[in-house]
Structures are given as C-alpha cells and as structure tokens.
Design a protein around this ligand. Structure first.
Ligand SMILES: [Mg+2]
Length: 252
C-alpha cells in the first residue's frame, strides 16, 4: 500500500493567485522526492506553472487544472529542446445555458459592492469563473472584496440564487473573490472517477485543500475521498499550515 498526495494550489500551496514562497517551494520539492504528487486546482495550467514554478511542476505525476476539467501529464520522452512535453489526457467542454451570462450581469449590477472593474467572467476549460469585483481588480481591490464578502456572505447568496435557477449547473466558491460554474459533477471530485478510482483500491490517497467545507471548491473531492476507506482529506488555512502538515505522520 503506497501513498498518493493531491494538493489544491490557491490558499493551500500559495497565497491566492500568487507565486509559491521560495523557501516553501524548496522544502516542498525536497518533500516530493520519491512521492507520487498531483495538483488539483481551479486555475489554468499556464497560471499553475507560473505560481508553482517549473521545478515543482516537473516533479508532479500530473496536473488537474480548471477544477479537474482538463488533465495534463508529461510524455515519457523529452523533446529536441530538452524540455519535457506535456499532453492533455482529457478535457471537458462547458456550454453555458441560455441566459446564464445575463443572470451573471444582473448579479453584478444588483450587487451593493462599490467597486466593479469589468471582465466579470472568464471561460476556462469545462467551466466559467465569475466575480463581482472583476478580473482586472488590483490585489488591494481583491483583498477589499474578500473582506466585504466575509462580512456579507455575498458569494454564498449569489450561489443560492443561481443554483435555484440553473439546477443543471454547480456553483462553488473558489479562490478569494470568485465563483466557479460548471456542469453538475464536473467539479474536483471528477478526478477520482476519471483517474484514481483503481488506485484508491490499493493506495492511500491524501488531499490537502483550503476550501473543503460546502460550498468550497475542495468540498466535493474531500467528501468523495472521506467516503472511501483509503481516502483522507486535510483542511488548511494557508500554505504555512500545509508546510506544518508535511511534517506530520501521514506525510512522513
Ligand atoms: Mg484553494
């Protein structure tokens, strides 16, 4: 019986949307040696490379980007430039139902939050990422919205409202300011069914995330693992928590 480790990125290995702390990256790389490690994030592959750095990315068994809607793995051979090539193993499509963008625009205009910077939704593979503050917000504006949301629970209210209207879709709160939208079931838990269901019979699978409670974007995967004898989930609040967790027995 061996161990397989899955990690969320934003809020778990890095500050949201930020690069990994250099010292932690070094320690994490060291910890990864000889271990089977995968990334399961809401972010896109290019953003994840930027956040984690190529040294870490090169050591992982695979990267589930965009909530597990696209899976990247390295080819066995290296190409002429000496770089490893990555290939897409599977990819889901998200087709927005009629009127969804209209509903999202209406959420933006009805929100009492004072700053709206435009670009409120972005299509990613298999999903849509939505925020009231907008994608062009500065880090300060994002932090301000995160504080507003913590006080007013705006994202949870929006999720409730949209879920009632679009029951074929799932809405989860991810990152510091956004809501991820996808076809029901195309959440992080899909990585079990699509890739790890056999491994789970003969290995322990550990998942570390910062949003493992409902309606967080790590919840579906955490629950799916906890329902299995060989599955374990761990909730952290920061990469510093994760650094401490790596020194505990389950990660030894
Ligand atoms: Mg996270």
């Amino acid at each position: 019986m061996s161990d397989i480790y899955l990690f969320d990125v934003d809020g778990t290995l890095t500050l949201p949307k930020s690069k990994m702390d250099a010292t932690f990256a070094k320690n994490f790389l060291h910890w990864m040696q000889g271990r089977e490690v995968y990334i399961v994030s809401g972010g896109s592959f290019t953003r994840l490379i930027d956040q984690l750095g190529t040294a870490v990315i090169d050591q992982v068994g695979g990267v589930f980007a965009c909530m597990g809607n696209v899976f990247y793995q390295k080819r066995e051979q290296i190409n002429y430039s000496g770089m490893n090539e990555w290939q897409i193993i599977y990819e889901n499509k998200f087709v927005a139902p009629r009127n969804l963008t209209r509903s999202l625009n209406s959420c933006v205009s009805k929100s009492d939050y004072h700053t709206k910077t435009g670009n409120h939704y972005e299509e990613r593979v298999g999903m849509l990422n939505f925020s009231i503050v907008g994608r062009t917000a500065t880090p300060e504006q994002r932090a301000d919205y995160a504080a507003y949301d913590a006080e007013h629970g705006e994202r949870e209210k929006i999720v409730d409202k949209l879920k009632n209207k679009y029951d074929q879709l799932d809405f989860v709160i991810g990152g510091a300011v956004s809501i991820d939208i996808f076809n029901s079931g195309n959440d992080k838990s899909q990585v079990i069914e699509r890739y790890f269901s056999q491994s789970l019979e003969h290995n322990n699978i550990h998942f570390v995330g910062d949003r493992t409670t409902f309606p967080g974007n790590d919840y579906s995967l955490a629950i799916a693992l906890e329902q299995h004898t060989n599955g374990y989930s761990y909730s952290v609040e920061s990469w510093q928590d994760t650094a401490k967790l790596l020194k505990t027995e389950a990660f030894a």
